[in-house]
Design a protein around this ligand. Structure first.
Ligand code: FMN
Length: 217
């Protein structure tokens, strides 16, 4: 499917067919897509929790209680559910791991290239930590890029998906011990195939017209 057709036909799925499962190779491809998502200065301040078993999805459904219970069936009935998490700090260990990975991946022909990359990345981290004072927000923006990548990728593969901000971050962080690992939940995505009860499947897509969202210079 071409990307524009995928973007126009994808929609936020409201009910899943619990009997239909996403093939392993398709989900493997989508996870690779997530891992390859771009991030500012290649900071990759994220971690992804993937559930496909009933027990795993039940743990993620702990984040859909009370006010968020409308999202619980989308978690329980989907084939896969991915919780996108952000780091809560940009630690020296993480920065070192990034640099080492880039070195292993052959990005530095000369020592100056490595030093330059380190200085640039550290410069941005310092800017967001001390000047803009939005380090957490900045890291979560990177996670949202990964969300967009995943949603478009799923659509291109013919997989239905639901992005969900309607989740209890505290409950999820506690259930999964995320904070102890320097992480916090950001947004969840269900993946699978629409069920008959999905009222949204037949509704037309609605977007503001091109004249109002584009300015041409
Ligand atoms: C970041 C984000 C969070 C969302 N959270 C929820 C949610 O918690 N539950 C839900 O049913 N839909 C959720 N949606 C779906 C949006 O309402 C939907 O994407 C929007 O209305 C546009 O419709 P479309 O995706 O069907 O084109 C979310 C979408 C995004 C992008």
């Amino acid at each position: 499917m071409n990307l524009l057709a995928a973007a126009k036909t994808r929609y936020a799925t409201k009910a899943y067919d619990p009997a239909r499962k996403v093939p392993q190779e398709t989900i493997d491809g989508l996870l690779e897509l997530l891992r390859h998502s771009p991030s500012s200065v290649n900071s990759q301040p994220w971690h992804f929790v993937v559930a496909s078993s009933d027990a795993g999805k039940e743990r993620l459904a702990k984040g859909a209680q009370g006010n968020f219970s409308y999202n619980a069936p989308k978690i329980r009935d989907a084939s896969y559910v991915i919780l996108l998490c952000a780091s809560v700090d940009m630690t020296p260990e993480h920065l070192e791991a990034l640099l080492e990975q880039e070195a292993r991946d052959g990005r530095f022909a000369k020592p100056e290239a490595r030093a330059g990359q380190q200085a640039t990345r550290n410069g941005y981290v310092t800017l967001h930590r001390y000047e803009y004072k939005d380090l957490q927000h900045w890291m979560e923006k990177q996670v949202y890029l990964a969300l967009g990548t995943l949603l478009l990728g799923a659509a291109a593969e013919g997989i239905d998906a639901t992005p969900m901000e309607g989740i209890d971050h505290r409950a999820l962080d506690l259930e999964l011990g995320l904070r102890e690992q320097g992480l916090t939940s950001v947004v969840m995505v269900s993946l699978g195939y629409r069920g008959e009860a999905d009222f949204n499947a037949g509704l037309p897509k609605s977007r503001l017209p091109a004249e109002t969202v584009f300015t041409y210079l």
